[in-house]
Design a binder for this molecule. Sequence first.
Ligand code: ATP
Ligand code: LTN
Length: 326
Amino acid sequence: MKKRVFSGIQPTGDIHIGNYLGAMRHWAASQAEFDNIFCIVDLHSITVKHDAKQLYAKTRELAGLLLAVGIDPEQSAIFVQSHLPQHSELTWILNCFTPLGWLQRMHQYKDKSAKQETIGMGLLDYPVLMAADILLYESDYVPVGEDQKQHVELARDIAGRFNSIYGDLFRMPEPVISKTGARIMGLDDPTKKMAKSETVQGHAINLLDSPDSIRKKIMRATTDSQRDVVYDEKRPGVFNLLSIYQLFTGKSRSEIGSHFKGKGYSDLKSELAEVIIEGLRPVQERFKDVTNDPAHIEKLLQDGADKVRPIADKTLNKVKRKLGLG
Ligand code: ATP
Ligand code: LTN
């Protein structure tokens, strides 16, 4: 039996190269080895202010992008979280086993709540919904970027607490964080992670950006006042650009180091822009192809939901029986 991989991605905003290099690319690369479920987590997207029409459209766009980066529906189910009410139902149950203090110390909650005028319960509860996503499908591995590690660990804590009371019901999931690309930084501010929710112009390269826009954003990326192109963690701007270059070209650090020897930041930037444009070209072409037919995307999402529903039902029924519900 293949081990199960589960991961989720929010349909808020534009999908960027951080999402791609830190998560989506790895999902596509390892899918033959596993039994995979990829969830478009629209219920997570409503934890902050959102626009209904846009959320609906972005959900479909994201399904197209998942296909475009190489997720194969024969090997992986793709579905929308809100199509399965089991996610919300298990969230409520898990809420009753999650101490408030565990949620209040989550980094993402602290960051995002600081930016909101009023903080909805949903923002605090975000990681419990994520735990429900993971635990419903008896997931073995959860491949995510570095920023989500704490949430996967919380899912383990919640599962552990529940299991210690009711016996081993939930499978313990393990976070999988890739060694490279797990934390791509913002181009405007390389001390902050690249994020969809960041709206500053030039912050992120999106997967559907035009070549011109990619060139502009890279040329304007924040660096520092030094000159030589070297890997140095203390120079986060250049370090980030070099990491992106490395991930798109597949070259080693030493190859890249000697390639840029004697060259300056503007050489790095102009080469990097072309490397990204070429790297995204096939993704953008496939995206055009697959989204030509909107009915195809609807069918994909429906088939995905049909495929995973029995798994979610089975877990939820087990949980309810244990609790005396029903
Ligand atoms: P938000 O801005 O709302 O936090 P996000 O950009 O983090 O959104 P998500 O949909 O929450 O996007 O994340 C999808 C996947 O992409 C997750 O596995 C997440 O860890 C990964 N990811 C997000 N940003 C980065 C980044 N800058 N570098 C590497 N991986 C990332
Ligand atoms: N919170 C995640 C998205 C997400 C997720 C999940 C990831 C929701 N449910 C389950 C892995 C497993 C994020 O990337 N911001």
